[in-house]
Design a protein around this ligand. Structure first.
Ligand code: GAR
Length: 206
């Protein structure tokens, strides 16, 4: 049986929710969130950035914005299940030590185990580059193009024990244009994501 969602407390401008942003890549979504938090009074504040990828371009944003940043790669282990557990334990410990109240996945490309999700359920939010339930998984743009879709988009949703199956909070459509490639579509969708995610977080946290 799946666990119910346990939502975070209400954040306020005086006492914002402490967010950790988890990334794996260039972190353009992270950057848009940090700029949003810098130029607006928000009920949330980024206190920690974690990447599973030590070479993630997005790790640089932490230094520029003076936010505690950690690269936590998968530890060495021949047992894949043990490796995932050890990795998530390291992340969990870091989140607890930083008094994190909400985990924001922003291009984090690892699937979280149900054990980890249960500990944080209702307090993990993700953005996915499709109109879920269409095209879940790691290749949403490729799958949308292969399907001949004319419309795709992005979805902000709570994370549950499945892959991109949690409760949907917001979606926005993006048209697929003639001659689109994965790269062109990805850029167009990201531009929408960068507006949508910070706004949804403002609402969700308050
Ligand atoms: C974003 O488009 C995000 O929706 C996607 O990765 C990109 C990250 O870009 N996430 C997923 O595909 C999760 N399954 P960024 O690193 O430039 O922010």
């Amino acid at each position: 049986m799946s666990e119910p969602y346990t939502y975070p407390r209400k954040g306020s401008i005086d006492d914002p929710l402490r967010i950790a942003v988890l990334i794996s890549g260039s972190g353009s979504g992270l950057l848009s969130l940090l700029k949003h938090q810098q130029s607006n009074q928000c009920p949330h504040v980024t206190k920690l950035i974690i990447s599973d990828n030590v070479n993630a371009g997005g790790l640089h944003h932490g230094g520029i914005f003076e936010i505690s940043t950690a690269a936590i790669p998968l530890p060495r282990s021949s047992d894949k299940n043990q490796q995932r557990t050890l990795h998530e334990n390291l992340i969990h410990e870091k989140l607890i030590n930083s008094k994190i109240e909400l985990i924001v996945l922003s291009g984090y490309m690892r699937i979280l185990t149900s054990v980890f999700v249960k500990k944080w359920k209702g307090r993990i939010i993700n953005i996915h580059p499709s109109l879920l339930p269409k095209y879940p998984g790691a290749h949403a743009h490729r799958d949308a193009l292969a399907d001949g879709a004319e419309i795709t988009g992005c979805t902000v949703h709570l994370v549950d024990e499945g892959v991109d199956t949690g409760e949907i909070i917001a979606q926005e459509e993006v048209p697929i244009l003639e001659g689109d490639t994965v790269e062109k579509l990805q850029e167009r969708v990201k531009r929408i994501e960068h507006q949508l995610y910070p706004k949804v977080l403002d609402d969700f946290c308050s």
